[in-house]
Write a protein that binds this ligand. Structure first.
Ligand code: BTN
Length: 268
């Protein structure tokens, strides 16, 4: 059966939100939806506007990596936000999106968890990555762009990442309507963002996040540039830092900018 259309009109019909993704820009090909959303921001586009592409010629991952996905396989989207809170709070929005994407995957009946801070993981393999970028002008947030790439109908993965990545289709053998996947993420995100706005921290989302956290209560390895160490992960605090208890009982709050965290036996 041919896949449902994936375009601006079909996306707009699928998304049932108040503001997240109510304006949709769709392109068959773009450099990067994050870059596009930033350009749209400079042209005055509104809070909640969405840039979606079928193909990215210069898709960006975290840490300067590339993000590539074949036509028809993925949801690649970036939401433009114009929050009026302090710039130092914006990195928490990455966690808000990570939680939302994980919840959306679960709403499709697939058990998902979150590899701190924001990779969505199924069967111990990454299914979704998130890249947040921000611009600050005169001490205030000009825009935050949160890019989200979800492996949906990818049927095979390059050999070098086959043990670390997966897709919804590879997990269940089914083909998914990408409009619905995108809509579920945005619906979860809108609700979670509004919870975040109430307290300007993760107080109201912490419990949901920690319930989905991979390696909760288990030993993780913290790859700190000043020296790697191991400890037991006890979830995030209301700022999104990962609480890790070392063998000597010392409790460390690990910030996402500084380090990455691994399970002991796999990518997760
Ligand atoms: C990661 O490295 O895990 C983050 C990957 C983020 C990929 C998405 S795809 C849509 C958006 N546009 C980009 O260029 N990157 C993000």
């Amino acid at each position: 059966m041919a896949e449902t259309m994936f375009d601006q009109t079909t996306i707009l019909h699928a998304v049932h939100t108040k503001w997240a993704g109510k304006t949709v820009h769709f392109a068959e090909e773009v450099d990067s939806t994050n870059e596009w959303a930033k350009r749209l921001s400079r042209e005055g586009e509104v809070h909640g506007a969405l840039a979606v592409a079928e193909f990215q010629s210069a898709g960006k991952g975290r840490l300067g990596r590339k993000w590539t996905a074949p036509v028809g396989s993925s949801v690649m989207m970036s939401i433009l936000l114009r929050p009026d809170f302090e710039p130092r709070l914006a990195p928490m929005l990455t966690i808000v999106m990570g939680l939302s994407a994980a919840q959306a995957v679960e709403r499709m009946g697939i058990k998902a968890c979150i590899k701190w801070p924001n990779d969505v993981v199924v069967s111990r393999k990454k299914i979704c990555g998130i890249l947040t970028e921000m611009s600050v002008k005169e001490g205030k947030i000009d825009y935050v762009v949160i890019g989200c790439g979800i492996n949906v109908n990818l049927e095979a993965l390059p050999e070098d990442i086959a043990d670390k990545a997966t897709s919804l289709c590879l997990e269940t053998g089914k083909t998914y309507d990408r409009n619905k996947v995108l809509a579920k993420v945005l619906e979860c995100f809108e609700g979670n963002y509004e919870q975040f706005e109430k307290t300007k921290d993760l107080t109201l989302l912490q419990e949901d996040y920690n319930r989905m956290l991979a390696n909760y209560g288990q030993t993780v390895r913290v790859l700190d540039p000043l020296g790697a160490y191991e400890g037991i992960a006890y979830g995030i605090n209301i700022s999104g830092e990962l609480l890790v208890e070392k063998a000597d009982g010392e409790r460390v709050c690990v910030g996402a900018g500084e380090v990455s965290v691994r399970g002991l036996y796999s990518y997760v």
